[in-house]
Design a protein around this ligand. Structure first.
Ligand SMILES: NC(=O)c1ccc[n+]([C@@H]2O[C@H](COP(=O)([O-])OP(=O)(O)OC[C@H]3O[C@@H](n4cnc5c(N)ncnc54)[C@H](O)[C@@H]3O)[C@@H](O)[C@H]2O)c1
Ligand SMILES: O=C(O)[C@H](O)COP(=O)(O)O
Length: 387
């Protein structure tokens, strides 16, 4: 029986992929084999020695201590693209809310008093304060052309916007998905200087902190609408405040409220709602549950952020799975142990990702405990399982 610890509410559609005869799923599990979570901050979590996998039912993994887990040979999965449409829809809504002054206009109406007749008079007299502008012909800058950024760029094109994108590490798959009229910015400064709207869809890492800062503010067009549905810290709140006060920034729409900006009338703050649709929650939960299950039962890895994709159809009597450091001669040492035990390797797949590597072997013999112990004793081997 595999023990699964949930640390956030995970859609039952996903949890149902883990059959009850093989899986015990609970929010109060000791010695879990796997953890499923959303935005729970895992950095100080006491991991059990049994832990094999962490499944983030979502995209961003900055709440997961991936380096620490890699050192323990734990595979970290996420659900790339599974909530991208939900974020795309909210960003399009955010652009419209920003340029049509929907937040201040709603506050104005909520503050009206008197009879309906008096209200109608006040509405007609007051509405001119909230006149806005339209999307077609304006330029949207998309920073980060991954699962979400590409969808937003394409949607904005279909709304008649010009789109400029910046992503120095765009994948071939995403580039194929991108509308051919999306222009590639050679650097972020070009994008900042040309855009009427700028939206961020990058992970929070050192190089993406403060992409909008007091220094970069001067590079923006006057009256720009900024959107941050990526992470707190990518846009600097004090810089936005200065931009709003000077008129450089027309509106700021974000998913990460702060006290500096929350009550500013030109700011729309949402409670981290980007992925909170029924569809996205189900997609993420199903994707991550399937991936974790395939890893626990078959050793196959799909969509891991710290290990390579390795998938091998089952063949043979037994399967050995090894997580190891990406050091020279690891395969030689592994093959040597198998040879010493007189075990012929029927199929073998090995691949690496950064400092980590992964090996799957199918064999036609019974594998004794001392062979597994000899594999585990190879310096650099972090996890060995017989499946
Ligand atoms: N608000 C929400 O609820 C919500 C939902 C999903 C994702 N997110 C956030 O959005 C981020 C992006 O999500 P995604 O699913 O599109 O991820 P993704 O991995 O598919 O795309 C991220 C893209 O950013 C690019 N990138 C990395 N560094 C960059 C840089 N310095 N400049 C420009 N581009 C850079 C990468 O090459 C990649 O193409 C996530 O990491 C997460 O933090 C938020
Ligand atoms: O990175 C993500 O997928 C989002 O920020 C969604 O987070 P959530 O699952 O906590 O809503």
């Amino acid at each position: 029986m595999y023990k699964i610890q949930t640390l956030n509410a995970i859609s039952p559609k996903g949890l149902n992929r883990l059959p009850t005869d093989k899986y015990s799923v609970s929010d109060n599990q000791s010695d879990a084999d796997a953890i499923l979570l959303r935005s729970f901050k895992l950095h100080d979590y006491p991991f059990s020695n049994n832990l094999l996998a962490v499944g983030r039912a979502g995209s961003g993994t900055n709440n997961v201590p991936t380096v620490k887990l890699s050192e323990r040979g734990v595979v970290v999965f996420n659900a790339p693209g599974a909530n991208a449409n939900a974020v795309k829809e909210l960003v399009i809504a955010g652009m419209l809310m920003g340029c049509r002054n929907i937040g201040p206009a709603m506050n104005f109406v909520n503050g009206l008093k008197g009879s309906d007749e008096e209200m109608h008079v006040a509405v007609e007299a007051g509405k001119k304060q909230f006149g806005g502008f339209e999307l077609p012909g304006k330029t949207l800058g998309v920073v980060g052309l991954g699962a979400i950024g590409v969808k937003i760029a394409n949607a904005a094109r279909s709304l008649g916007m010009n789109v400029i994108g910046y992503d120095p590490t765009i994948t071939i798959e995403r580039a194929w998905q991108l509308d051919s009229d999306v222009e590639a910015a050679p650097n972020i400064d070009t994008l900042l200087a040309q855009s009427d709207f700028i939206t961020f869809h990058v992970p929070l890492i050192d190089s993406t902190r403060n992409l909008i800062s007091t220094e970069s503010l001067s590079k923006l067009k006057d009256g720009v609408v900024l959107l941050n549905f990526a992470r707190d810290g990518i846009v600097n709140d004090s810089a936005v405040l200065a931009g709003l006060e000077s008129g450089k920034v027309y509106a700021y729409v974000c998913d990460f409220p702060s006290n500096v900006l929350r009550t500013n009338p030109r700011v729309i703050s949402l409670p981290h709602l980007g992925a909170s649709t029924r569809e996205a929650e189900e997609n993420c939960a199903i994707m991550v549950a399937d991936q974790v299950r395939d890893y626990l039962e078959n050793g196959n890895i799909t969509n891991s952020v710290n290990l390579p994709n390795v998938k091998l159809p089952r063949a043979g009597l037994a399967r050995i799975s090894l997580v190891n450091q990406n050091n020279p001669d690891m395969l030689g040492k592994i093959s040597h142990v198998m040879g010493q035990a007189g075990i012929n390797i029927k199929h073998m797949l090995n691949d690496s990702k950064g400092d980590m590597a992964y090996t799957l072997m199918d064999v036609d013999s019974v594998v004794a405990d001392d062979t597994l112990a000899a594999l585990a004793a190879i310096p650099g081997v972090l996890k060995v399982r017989l499946l």
